[in-house]
Design a protein around this ligand. Structure first.
Ligand SMILES: [Mg+2]
Length: 263
């Protein structure tokens, strides 16, 4: 870490009540492992996050995982979790869907139920993710896969949902923008910090970097710090758009320690 970056973090650490600490989880707090279920946050890092949650304005974990899954992984009740593409918030043990997505909850449920009735018997796997639903057809004959796509596209359109097709999977979700950038904006508007830092390692984290910049340019935030976690698989922008670049989870630990100790 450069002397300049260290001094900046130390300065932030002296007035933690003005600071929002926002962070990605996988690849940032927990090393990437072959199976997501085996990911772990170290006791050391958890201890630092606990300390910071007591002093900072807010500490939030923002993840592509379901919010409950993010909570299970980090294991701290003191922090706020944004999960599932920014559609869900978990705090104080309760999961809520963001207000703009709430009107679509019933429609997603209806699609889920219809897919289970129509496509389940054909061998498709219906993954229920709360405010989004995924129909997996990798392990069925191609004609069944086509049927799955057509069915979800047709029903999704009827219900006013957004449909995305991936490799062997078709997903339906509310037709609103929700990503790490919208999550960052919501947290800043609600908790009103003067300064905010975001730490991340991957493409979806760039939405958070860019939103932080907007919040600073419009004057909502006085200062921002984009911390990029460098890795072999990460996109080049996570380094080029960052104010501070660190190496792996160990580098993140150093950032949190300087912030927590103010030295
Ligand atoms: Mg990540």
């Amino acid at each position: 870490m450069s002397t300049e970056a260290r001094e900046r973090l130390q300065e932030w650490g002296r007035t933690p009540g003005a600071v929002a600490l926002l962070t990605d989880i996988d690849g940032t707090l927990a090393p990437i492992v072959p199976t997501p279920d085996a990911a772990e946050v170290s006791g050391e890092l958890r201890g630092l996050l606990r300390r910071l949650s007591g002093s900072c304005r807010v500490v939030a974990g923002i993840s592509g995982r379901a919010a409950v899954d993010a909570f299970r992984l980090v294991g701290l009740e003191e922090i706020v979790y944004y999960g599932n593409h920014g559609f869900e918030i978990l705090r104080g043990g309760e999961v809520e869907v963001v207000p703009e997505a709430a009107p679509y909850e019933e429609k997603v449920e209806e699609l889920q139920r219809r897919a289970r009735e129509e496509l389940g018997p054909l061998g498709a796997f219906i993954e229920e993710k709360g405010i989004t639903v995924s129909v997996h057809y990798r392990n069925v004959p191609p004609e069944v896969g086509e049927r799955c796509k057509e069915f979800v596209e047709h029903e999704g359109e009827r219900l006013g949902l957004r449909i995305t097709v991936g490799r062997g999977v078709v997903e339906a979700r509310p037709p609103i923008r929700a990503d790490k950038g919208t999550a960052v904006r919501k947290i800043v508007k609600e908790y009103k910090p003067e300064k905010a830092l975001f730490i991340g390692d991957d493409t979806t984290d760039l939405d958070a970097f860019r939103e932080l910049e907007k919040l600073r340019e419009e004057g909502t935030l006085k200062e921002t710090l984009r911390v990029g976690v460098k890795s072999d698989e990460g996109p080049p922008e996570i380094v080029s758009e960052a104010d501070l670049v660190v190496n792996g989870v160990e580098g993140v630990e150093e950032v949190l320690r300087v912030l927590a100790d103010g030295s």
